[in-house]
Ligand binder design. Structure first.
Ligand code: PHE
Length: 324
């Protein structure tokens, strides 16, 4: 083929090559090892001197021009690709995927903050507990079915130890070491030997409250609970006490709440501290009164955020956790 015809064809094709791969194919077709221009240049050796003089410079010029055209087009395509990646400072930012505090830990933070505002101090106790603190000092009679009410996980060795079934043992531990008046809140992990389903976990969290003084009353109790729940749910909350039974409180109540215009929900247990508990920690029941309560922290979090399954808190599924 004649040099000028090749030039025209190559230029036309270069015009339409607008991807990296089509540009590369174009380069191969004309300037590659078996490319048209390369073949012409290579065939010059077999040509007559006259032919060489005529074809040689024209073929060399074509090669130079096509190489230059290739470089130009390559730059053009690369520039277009870069333009796509250039940062547009007017675009909204992209949130980096950093870690954050677990929703249950956030709820513990809320509880500490709100009760802290009412003068309650946060304390903790051991998860591995003795039968004495988990049951005896809380007025559970020996061999009483109340001990089975909470399906206890016993530790095989050393004997007599168990995984605490509630945060109430911390009441006894704290009162033994501190004199009234006192106001504490105890968030912590508890354990029950039960099958898991949407509303039960073998390990979950509770928060215990205890206020003891000279004349702490059930009315004080109701006020504290109403104040806390209103702040926690950031809504109007109605609080209702219903008679119930716990060995360590008398009277005992079940505490129901209605958030906004929602249904009544059973949110925790509580009552006035039983005189036998005061005796067990060497307080004089004639001179002190107090209230105690315990709530399921997971349950409070579920109600607050509309979470249907308690197990979601423990599966570490990032799609769930990222929402908090
Ligand atoms: N410990 C009780 C429970 O786990 C709750 C409770 C705490 C009741 C304090 C009364 C007083 O169900």
């Amino acid at each position: 083929m004649d040099i000028e015809a090749i030039r025209a064809k190559a230029s036309g094709e270069l015009e339409t090559a607008d991807t990296g791969s089509s540009l590369l194919a174009w380069h191969g077709a004309y300037l590659g090892r078996k490319g048209e221009v390369t073949m012409i240049l290579r065939s010059l050796g077999e040509k007559s001197l006259e032919e060489k003089k005529r074809l040689g410079p024209a073929a060399q010029a074509l090669k130079r021009d096509l190489e230059a055209g290739y470089t130009r087009k390559e730059r053009l395509l690369k520039g277009a690709a870069d333009a796509h990646q250039r940062i547009d400072v007017t675009m909204p930012g992209i949130r980096p995927d950093t870690g954050h505090v677990h929703p249950l830990t956030q709820v513990i933070g809320d509880i500490r903050r709100i009760f802290g505002g009412m003068g309650f101090k946060t304390v903790e106790g051991p998860e591995l507990e003795t039968e004495g603190y988990n049951f005896d000092k809380l007025n559970f009679p020996k061999n009483h079915p109340a001990r089975d009410m909470q399906d206890t996980l016993w530790v095989s060795a050393p004997k007599g130890l168990l995984m605490r079934t509630h945060t109430s043992p911390v009441q006894a531990r704290y009162m033994e070491k501190n004199l009234p008046p006192l106001q504490i809140i105890v968030p912590g992990r508890v354990f029950r030997n039960e099958a898991t389903d949407a509303s039960h976990e073998a390990n979950f969290y509770q928060f215990e409250g205890l206020m003891v003084g000279k004349d702490v009353s059930l009315a004080n109790f109701k006020y504290v609970i109403a104040e806390f729940s209103g702040q926690f749910f950031e809504r109007d909350v109605d609080v209702r006490f219903r008679p119930s039974f716990f060995p360590f409180t008398e009277p005992s109540v079940e505490i129901d709440m209605r958030i906004g215009s929602g249904p009544w929900l059973e949110m925790m247990g509580g009552g006035m501290v039983h005189p036998n508990v005061f005796k067990a920690v060497n307080y004089d029941p004639a001179n002190v009164r107090g209230f105690a309560f315990g709530g399921g922290l997971d349950r409070w979090a579920m109600v607050k955020y509309g979470i249907p399954d308690v197990r979601l808190f423990y599966n570490n599924d990032a799609r769930f956790l990222r929402q908090f």
